[in-house]
Design a protein around this ligand. Structure first.
Ligand SMILES: *Cc1c(COP(=O)(O)O)cnc(C)c1O
Length: 394
């Protein structure tokens, strides 16, 4: 069914084993994430990068590099390209060339989860899926609920009971069935997996289907285009399940293979909260796989992910790129959160603030050099969270 695209097959992210792309797939036989492979030579023949830039400014301008068949009109809520905002005060402080924030808060449902979920829901709809479920810390569930409403697919969202209220309400308003779970996102994941085994729904859990990565990949494609096909020196990414980091790294490899970018790849920095840092621990201990983080806790709900199926893909990308995995404290997140709002006028979500805190740590450790251009990710709207209350104290 998934014909008329440039997709050739799916490949296991760990073993490389190949799987057909014309049927609904979940994970590989090794139980690891599946990556979408394209006929890049054919894409290079079919389209030039200059042509893409004349299309509408949305993720769909990269159509040839996406899995949805070219003749299929996407189910869409307006997935616009997001701006790169500068942080002049921060740039001056750290003596960098440029600190840029990719402001993902402007996407449908107010977070970059829309990029991944629009692709997953489109592909599921194409394969005739009628019911889906997702374990979520909030933003993914909201995006999933919105796109499923649009596609006419029934949806179940499983959230930790302390998920921010705005997200819970948003999910319910979109008509999803909300399950509040006394536990973490991976506990929610077990319930989703059990329901899938019983045939109740198709699971859209992070990296348990092949297409969310492809949607998140568009962050890397946009970044390349917006910076004149010249990638930045370093990227700071708030890492939970790691879809975005893995997706961008995949995007850069595809762009290089197409001959659309040259020069060196950015160093990838996976930023985690000190209260939930399984990837940082594995990075520091030179492990390829991470172990579960117990008693996870952080204000940055989107990165409160104790265990990630794509741990090795995150760690591979970080190491290959010459980057690092860094943990930031709650206090460092709060300080960065306030500083960017107060000094540069950019009100981020706590996960976005964590990337700024991560940059500051990298700067202290000499991991970034004067004059470099770095990109942070503000992945959601600040309004989806309980903002820190600093006025009633005064
Ligand atoms: C999901 C989420 C993240 C983590 O993204 P991954 O690609 O899954 O690692 C970071 N920030 C916010 C706001 C999120 O919703």
């Amino acid at each position: 069914m998934a014909r008329d695209s440039f997709v050739t097959h799916l490949a296991c992210g760990l073993t490389g084993e190949q799987f057909a792309s014309d049927v609904l797939q979940r994970v590989s036989s090794a139980g690891k994430p599946l990556l979408v492979r394209y006929d890049l030579a054919a894409i290079a023949q079919a389209v030039r990068r200059e042509q893409l830039t004349q299309r509408e400014p949305s993720i769909w301008r990269y159509r040839e590099l996406l899995p949805l068949p070219l003749d299929q009109a996407p189910i869409s809520l307006g997935e616009l390209m997001t701006p790169l905002l500068s942080l002049p005060a921060e740039t001056a402080d750290l003596k960098l060339g440029q600190v840029l924030v990719k402001d993902e808060s402007r996407l449908p449902t107010g977070s970059f989860k829309a990029r991944g979920l629009v692709m997953a829901v489109n592909m599921a709809a194409l394969f005739g899926v009628r019911a889906m479920a997702i374990p979520t810390n909030g933003n993914a569930g909201a995006a999933m609920a919105a796109y499923c409403a649009r596609a006419g697919i029934a949806v179940h969202c499983f959230c930790p009971s302390d998920t921010p209220t705005a997200n819970l309400r948003e999910i319910a308003l979109h008509g999803a069935t909300l399950h509040r779970v006394d536990g973490m996102i991976d506990d929610c994941g077990k319930l989703v997996a059990a329901g899938e085994r019983e045939g109740k729904w198709f699971s859209c859990a992070t990296l348990r289907e092949p297409y969310r990565i492809e949607g998140k990949k568009t962050m890397g494609l946009e970044l390349a285009e917006q910076l004149g096909w010249q990638l930045p020196d370093a990227i700071f990414y708030p890492t939970g399940g790691g879809t975005g980091l893995i997706g961008m790294w995949k995007a850069f490899a595809e762009l290089a293979a197409l001959g659309w970018i040259a020069g060196k790849m950015p160093r990838m920095y996976a930023i985690q909260a000190a209260g939930c840092a399984p990837i940082v621990r594995a990075f520091d201990q030179n492990e390829r796989f991470a172990t579960r983080w117990e008693q996870a806790e952080t204000v940055a709900h989107g990165i409160r992910v104790p265990a990630a199926l794509g741990d090795f893909l995150i760690l591979d990308a970080v190491r290959e790129s010459g980057g690092a995995a860094l943990a930031v404290s709650e206090q460092e997140i709060r300080t960065a959160w306030q500083d960017s709002a107060k000094r540069d006028g950019v009100l981020m979500c706590p996960e976005g603030a964590a990337t700024l805190a991560g940059l500051r740590i990298a700067h202290t450790r000499g991991l970034v050099a004067p004059g470099e251009r770095v990109v942070l990710f503000n992945c959601a709207s600040a309004y989806k969270y309980d903002l820190p209350d600093i006025y009633s104290a005064t």
